[in-house]
Write a protein that binds this ligand. Structure first.
Ligand code: CP
Ligand code: NVA
Length: 329
């Protein structure tokens, strides 16, 4: 029995396997309805506040389109143009917004900020990315894997690169919750924290998921169904980090050679945005600085038939819609 109404959505650690499955099933249903033109605007007269302290394309658009499709209103709050932080505390903001909105989305820095928001808010708070976690992304990733392979059972996902940040942490949690084998492949200092690993090991024992931490890419990707990576320097991290990251993470780049060593039917996934070429301002600047044409993934892999990245991006909207509906309907 799933009890999701009125809950916060801060990390997948707070949800059971059954509840995560419920979100995925609901997202699949809403996706089919959207494709067939069947309206599902059941949340008319409800409103959601969208706070973004970091930039976004997918998450913001997903929340806005999802809210619109559900019949809701949405208000985007950019801290540069609001009182948040500089003139008004998170606790006060939470209480002000709770009086006007039916839910609050927050994207920003430390997980403790979204927790503080949830503590003082009387309406559900949804984490749209913090330094530590990115739980709505993981629902999209799980839906994408399930759509592609028809099942999540007996799947192995390998996360390459910076595994100690929001994406590595959250994918580890999502995989162990759903019984998917998860391997973090990185230099040891980029493995998820010991504390989180311990929590995930306990969950893996219950679900039967295998959890591995590997420094050798060739060993890690053996029999993998999904090779996943993310940018090496995340939003909010100092630009000076690039030098060190390129040096230590280049051996973990996802390229055609590595994909060859994975399972025969292995697919490539990435939360995006990605530095797979030098067509972005940062990609160009860093590409010139380090003499590289791509960083965490090469362009041929990104553009290949094995790449699910744009399906994954679309699924952000369907899964975010499922979260809003499950918490509010
Ligand atoms: N994957 C993701 O969260 O993308 P945005 O930063 O564009 O929202
Ligand atoms: N690790 C990345 C994820 C972007 C969706 C970041 O935090 O910038």
């Amino acid at each position: 029995m799933t009890q999701l109404h009125g809950r916060d959505f801060l990390t997948l650690l707070d949800f059971t396997t059954e509840e995560i499955t419920f979100f995925l099933d609901l997202a699949a249903k809403l996706k089919a309805e959207k494709k067939s033109g069947t309206p599902h605007n059941t949340l008319k007269s409800k409103n959601i506040a969208l706070i973004f302290e970091k930039t976004s394309t997918r998450t913001r658009c997903s929340f806005e389109v999802a809210a619109h499709d559900l019949g809701m209103g949405s208000t985007y709050l950019d801290p540069a143009c609001s009182q948040i932080g500089k003139k008004e505390s998170i606790a006060d903001t939470a209480r002000v917004l709770s009086g006007m909105f039916d839910a609050i989305e927050y994207r920003g820095y430390g997980q403790e900020i979204v927790e503080e928001l949830a503590k003082y808010s009387s309406v559900p708070v949804i984490n749209g990315l913090t330094n530590e976690y990115h739980p709505t992304q993981i629902l999209a990733d799980l839906l994408t894997v399930r759509e592609h392979f028809g099942t999540l059972q007996n799947k192995k996902l390998v996360y390459m690169g910076d595994a100690r940040y929001n994406m590595g942490n959250s994918l580890m949690i999502g995989c162990v919750k759903m019984g998917i084998s998860f391997t973090a492949c990185a230099p040891e200092e980029y493995f998820p924290s010991k504390e989180l690993r311990k929590k995930c090991e306990a969950i893996a024992k219950e679900t039967g998921a295998k959890l591995c931490f590997e420094t050798d890419p060739e060993i890690a990707v053996k029999d993998a169904d999904v090779i996943y990576t993310d940018i090496w320097v995340s939003m909010g991290e100092p630009i000076e980090e690039w030098e060190k990251r390129v040096k230590v993470l280049l051996p973990y780049q996802v390229n055609a050679g590595l994909m060859e060593k994975a399972g025969k039917n292995a697919v490539f996934m990435h939360c995006l945005p990605s530095y797979h070429d030098n067509k972005t301002e940062v990609g160009r600047e860093m590409g010139e600085k380090f003499g590289l044409e791509a960083f965490e993934v090469t362009n041929d892999v990104f553009e290949s038939d094995r790449s699910l990245v744009f399906l994954e991006a679309e699924n952000r909207m369907h899964t975010i819609k499922a979260v809003i509906k499950a918490l509010l309907d």
